[in-house]
Structures are given as structure tokens and as C-alpha cells.
Ligand binder design. Sequence first.
Ligand SMILES: [Zn+2]
Ligand SMILES: [Zn+2]
Length: 152
Amino acid sequence: MESTTIINILAFLGTFIAMEGVAWSNHKYIMHGFLWSLHESHHKPRKGRFELNDFFFVFYASVAMVLMYFGYDNLDYRFWMGIGVTAYGFTYFLLHDVFIHRRGKFLDKIDNSYFQAMRKAHKVHHKKMGKEDGEEFGLLLFNKKHFRKQAE
Ligand SMILES: [Zn+2]
Ligand SMILES: [Zn+2]
């Protein structure tokens, strides 16, 4: 394999993995911080099809588009970082918005212990209606105590 191919694969995978950390810290320190006014809508029952919190998707999509724009000519590592951000955003949307918050029904049948535990962890995050003292700010990574106990 050419070294640029390896760099591009690492750029994609590294960005995807790093995005879980970015999403976690953004959620903990910014969304539950000075942008709580936007995120608050996500801790209240949704009134229509959209919520103010959806603004964050626009933000991540913009970051992805800027990266892809600058990396487009040679399809270099910046382009693949943009694809990584997009892939994470898409995964987040499917798991967080569709599977957990049921903005669509097509993932309802998933019965896999990892995804069930992820949903449980995120529900713990939503137990708090307020801005302070939250837990479980990530999505794909969470405390393993949320896994169903085996053979009880
Ligand atoms: Zn939150
Ligand atoms: Zn949520």
C-alpha cells in the first residue's frame, strides 16, 4: 500500500475515534456550559420535528465541509478527516436520534447488548433535566456498569 493511502485511512479512522472525545467534551463543557440555551431543548420533551439542539449538527457538518473543501483537490488527509467527521455524525444521528430518541422507528428492533447498554447509559444522562451534575456525556463509550448483568 502507498504511504498516502495509509495516511488517508489513519486520517479517517483517527478522526472518527477522536470525534467521540470531541463530542464528549463539547457536550460536557459547552452544551452543558455556555451553549446550554441551545442544548436545553434536548433535555425537554420535543415539541415539533426539530429542536434548537439540532443546531449542533449544522456546526459539525460545516466543519466537515470545510475539511473536505480544502482536501478536495488531491483527496488528501483533510478530505478523509472530513469524511470521518461526517461518518461520526451519521452514526451519531442513527444511534442517538433514531435508535435512542426514536425520531424514526426503523432501528427499534436492535437487540444487541452493546447497543442496549449504550441506550441505558444515555437515558441516565437524560434523567437530569438541568444543566448541572450530568453524567454519561459520550455516546459510543460509556461506563460498563450499564451492561445488563449476565445470567441472573
Ligand atoms: Zn445533555
Ligand atoms: Zn439525548
